[in-house]
Design a protein around this ligand. Structure first.
Ligand code: ACO
Length: 431
């Protein structure tokens, strides 16, 4: 990071503190407040981190006003068009696009780790069949640390590398197993002759009693969904992974924490909630009723798949996803899909409505992804697990970046205490 050239002065009471202003390679300047408490004995207050950078990072850049998303500097539209998920994994993890030999080596290393320890099959069997696959994934991914003792030493770069490769390789296997378990079918072992996305579809949809051939166009659509979700800088689940990792927790435990956070409906759970909402709306004529509800302050209903903390013009991922939805439905011969019709009309109406325009609410990546996944044959309960599989590379890259940073400290936010001041204990007889 460049030496600060500018400063900001903060004055309160008789105190005046000069704070360095840090200049990033892109995006707004950042006031460095690290010495604020030491010199001024005050904290800053920023619930939800709306104005606070919690770390520096060289992985992903978002310009919310321009609707721009860059992985290591490369625009998401170019990657979605020309790259593939495993190449994006290499890019996010190591910082540069691989040459042909590096790509081959990376692919070989990932595919050699796709199986899970056989004992994990027994571990799965402890869950109820009707468990949500996300619940199963949180448990199984957390439990990986009980199976892979040779990649737990976070101070050893080789352990960190092996843990990263294991996670990229095994998350699709675990998500597919969670799905198979929930529908009472046998687990399907990974096939290393298949590419990353095809292998995932095969593990989800193949059965031992007949051949299953993955349609290349569907594998391409799945690969694109994975790329679009691969990283998104310091979002809630990534920040959770970083915070968990800042204590020195092992990488499998950190990714399990990220999966738990992702499950929430305001984050990764939105794709499931969005499709359920589109189905509930059902027909185009009912859209105004739901728009009205979304605008009503006394109604907790929100248009799922709409709005984003950072994007205030459009979500570039939503644009690519909308094109993919059309392609996939065309390919599968799904014409006159009522849910897609509702989605497109809802988008059109909301984008002209003053409430949504004023609040800069646009469709996010989750608005169209559910339609694609449903057309592929996935139940809604698998939407968020697929997001988790895709985001694993972002989590592990951000975790690796943090652990490799010599200035890294345990994350420990402060608070604005609003409870009782000190008071004396009163015995039960006197309460
Ligand atoms: N429908 C209706 N109103 C909304 C919506 C929505 N989807 N999103 C935000 N608003 C309104 C809020 O009510 C609020 O109104 P107010 O200023 O009158 O109080 C205003 O817009 C700002 O909303 P906040 O919740 O303060 O914005 P924030 O940046 O905290 O939230 C979030 C972003 C959580 C994504 C929100 O837009 C939302 O809940 N969207 C629906 C869920 C969703 O699609 N999540 C997926 C996010 S993308 C992802 O995780 C991959």
């Amino acid at each position: 990071m460049a030496e600060p050239k500018k400063t900001a002065t903060l004055s309160f009471g008789n105190t005046s503190i000069e704070l360095p202003i840090l200049t990033p390679t892109a995006g707004p300047d950042v006031i460095d407040i690290r010495k604020l408490y030491g010199e001024g004995e005050v904290f800053t207050y920023d619930p939800g981190f709306t104005s606070t950078a919690a770390c520096d990072s060289a992985i992903t850049y978002i310009d919310g006003d321009l609707g721009e998303l860059l992985y290591r500097g490369y625009p998401i539209e170019q990657l979605a068009d020309k790259s593939h998920h495993l190449e994006v994994c290499f890019l996010l993890l190591y910082g540069e696009l691989p040459n042909a030999a590096q790509m081959e080596d990376f692919e070989r290393r990932v595919t050699r780790h796709t199986m899970v320890h056989e004992q994990i099959h027994n571990f799965f069997r402890g869950f109820r069949r009707d468990s949500h696959p996300m619940a199963t994934m949180v448990g199984v991914v957390g439990a990986l640390s009980a199976f892979y003792h040779d990649s737990l030493d976070i101070s050893d770069p080789w352990h960190r590398e092996v843990a990263a490769i294991r996670m990229i390789a095994k998350l699709p296997t675990i998500a597919a197993m969670a799905y198979k378990y929930s529908i009472g079918q046998p687990f399907v072992y990974p096939r290393n002759s298949l590419d990353y996305a095809s292998n995932f579809l095969h593990m989800c949809f193949a059965v031992p009693c007949e051949d299953y051939v993955v349609q290349p166009a569907l594998a391409k659509a799945m690969d694109r969904i994975m790329m679009l979700h691969a990283d998104h800088e310091q979002n809630a689940s990534t920040s959770t992974v970083r915070l968990a990792g800042s204590s020195g927790a092992n990488p499998f435990a950190c990714i399990a924490a990220g999966i738990a956070c992702l499950w929430g409906p305001a984050h990764g759970g939105a794709n499931q909630a969005c499709l359920e909402m589109l189905r509930e709306i059902g027909t185009v004529d009912r859209i105004p009723e739901y728009i009205k509800r979304a605008k009503d302050k006394n109604d907790p209903f929100r248009l799922m798949g709409f709005g984003h903390r950072v994007y205030k013009n459009f979500d570039p991922r939503a644009k690519v996803m909308k094109e993919s939805a059309d392609e996939v439905l065309d390919l599968l011969g799904v014409h006159n899909n009522e849910t897609l019709k509702v989605a497109k009309e809802l988008e059109r109406i909301a984008l002209q409505d003053d409430y949504f325009v004023e609040k800069k609410l646009y469709p996010n990546v989750d608005f169209y992804s559910g339609i694609i996944l449903e057309a592929m044959g996935f139940p809604t309960s698998m939407f968020t697990p697929i997001f988790a599989v895709s985001r694993t590379i972002g989590w592990i890259s951000q975790w690796k970046e943090m652990i490799g940073d010599p200035t890294q400290k345990i994350g420990r936010p402060r608070q604005l205490y609003i409870g009782q001041p000190r008071r004396d204990y009163v015995g039960v007889d006197h309460r």
